[in-house]
Design a protein around this ligand. Structure first.
Ligand SMILES: Nc1ncnc2c1ncn2[C@@H]1O[C@H](COP(=O)(O)OP(=O)(O)OP(=O)(O)O)[C@@H](O)[C@H]1O
Length: 259
């Protein structure tokens, strides 16, 4: 059997904003099914990393490969079509559309059929089945026909995740999916993440170490744009370099997050 290429391979990624280095020779690899948490103090470059990988920002150097294919020169939309998907952001939801219509839009985007829009969706059985299954998996059945502006924020974040999954990602990038969501609603988001399809590689930015322990097999720690540590959650929680990275940047607050 031939070895599978990594689902995502990031090599020698660099980027600065003026004099501020936000990505410095970052190498990260995700195999199929990987569950990786990306942590680091505020301003470490985590969101920038996701922007660079997803194609929203251009690196000054480095390469990004999806399933062995170099996509560095490709746009974010082209990368998404090849299976590299970042979660949508609640601020980008269309508040007049229902939950169902949002998931349908994403499913149509995957198939390149957005031109037909909703009028024809009723006749596209494949899409209807997809949408119903995702709504069920993410606990959105009860609100499926409600406009998203009328549902709770935590549910809107689940709509984000449903839309991302409708694109059938190979690699899913999640930027603090439960941030700002009160419990017990955040628990539904965590449960949905626990149930993500096993073969998708997932990289999640997360500050909450409880969630990191629950989700990740591997943790990548970023500080000042550099990978300063990679290890299991348990190793990460006790590593002196990780502690130093947090303390160096923002004192006791960081120590609490990392420890
Ligand atoms: N478009 C931009 N132009 C200039 N500076 C930027 C830009 N985007 C981000 N920065 C700066 O780059 C640094 C890294 O930001 P980034 O948002 O990637 O960090 P982060 O690790 O995600 O932080 P947080 O945990 O606070 O979200 C920060 O100092 C930020 O102010």
């Amino acid at each position: 059997m031939t070895a599978h290429p990594p689902a995502l391979s990031v090599r020698g990624l660099n980027r600065a904003f003026g004099g501020l280095v936000v990505a410095a020779d970052i190498d990260v690899e995700l195999a199929r099914g990987d569950r990786v948490a990306l942590i680091g103090p505020n301003g470490a470059g985590k969101t920038t990393f996701v922007n660079l990988v997803s194609g929203v920002l251009k690196p000054s150097a480095g390469r990004i490969l999806i399933d062995g294919e170099d996509v560095t020169a490709r746009s974010d939309v082209e990368r998404a079509r090849r299976g590299l998907v970042r979660s949508f952001q609640v601020s980008r939801l269309f508040h007049d559309l229902t939950v169902r219509e949002h998931i349908e839009l994403a499913a149509l985007q995957r198939l390149g059929r957005t031109d037909r829009l909703f009028a024809a969706i009723g006749r596209m059985r494949d899409i209807r089945e997809d949408v119903d299954k995702l709504a069920e998996d993410l606990g959105l059945v009860d609100v499926i026909d409600r406009r998203v502006e009328t549902i709770a924020y935590g549910q809107q974040r689940l709509v984000d995740i449903a839309m991302s999954l409708a694109l059938r990602p190979k690699v899913l990038l999640l930027d603090e999916p439960a941030a700002g969501v009160p419990r017990p609603e955040s628990e539904r988001i965590l449960a949905a993440i626990d149930r993500l399809p096993a073969d998708i590689a997932v990289l999640m930015i997360e500050h909450d170490m409880d969630l990191v322990f629950r989700f990740a097999a591997r943790v990548v720690v970023l500080a000042a744009g550099r990978v300063v540590f990679t290890g299991t959650p348990a190793e990460t929680a006790t590593d002196a370099r990780v502690r130093a990275a947090y303390l160096g940047s923002y004192g006791q607050e960081g120590a609490r997050h990392a420890g």
